[in-house]
Design a binder for this molecule. Sequence first.
Ligand SMILES: [Zn+2]
Length: 268
Amino acid sequence: MAIYQLPTGTYETRAALAVQGGSFRDKRHFAATAVLIQHPKGDLLIDAGLGSHVAEHVAMLPRLVRAPYQVSRTVSEQLDASDYDHNRLLGVLVTHSHWDHVSGLDDLRVPVWINPAELRYAAAEPDGKVFRKLSPALQIREYPLDGPAYLGFPASFDVHSDGSVIVALAGGHTPGSVVVFVTLPTGARYAFIGDLTWQLDGIRRRVERPWLLRKLADSDAEQVRQGLSHMIALTGVMTVVPAHDRDAYDGIPLLPVRFSPAARATTP
Ligand SMILES: [Zn+2]
């Protein structure tokens, strides 16, 4: 088993809107980064990052939410540059269905792993608009969250039946938001917490989103508060990775580039 980070770009958010106590002048660059979990039984991506049609997706958002963004390489491009065999990919498991987590899905064309609660939310709510645009062309694999409570979260799904990748229901930001817990054979443990909090501030300074954003961005702020307190309690045990904090991915390697034009040019 191994994990890799695939940063696809960033978008700007004012710190005042990101976290309590943040200033209006301070801009935060929110990471849009996917994670590849390699496993002998098949690999999974967590989220899809910004895709090649990101401009179209951003244009679909309400004006208030639209933000300047920078794109680097899509997940699909990074996999190709690493000479990755796409047949190893079981699918993309989305932490939730918001645009900045699903934009890259249409480049990948692999099954989308999503739980029934999140699928219902994405089918009905305004914030599911980008997902709804992309999903008709994609294979949807609904996975059940019918496993036992896990580390304080009420229900879980053991992807490979070996405890290495556990998806736990952490509703609140959206009803079907999940935390993906990964344990590597080395014993290293990670929790990919999606948007339970946007940045490490939420864990380190134990602060919530600002009041207005809790109202606007979370479907159940009290549930988010509980989930966040579970994660704060686990910080000594594992690396907690909020989806949008670039620093949180430090220590997770990038995919090795095997077929860059420069590498080819130097090959005799
Ligand atoms: Zn997000």
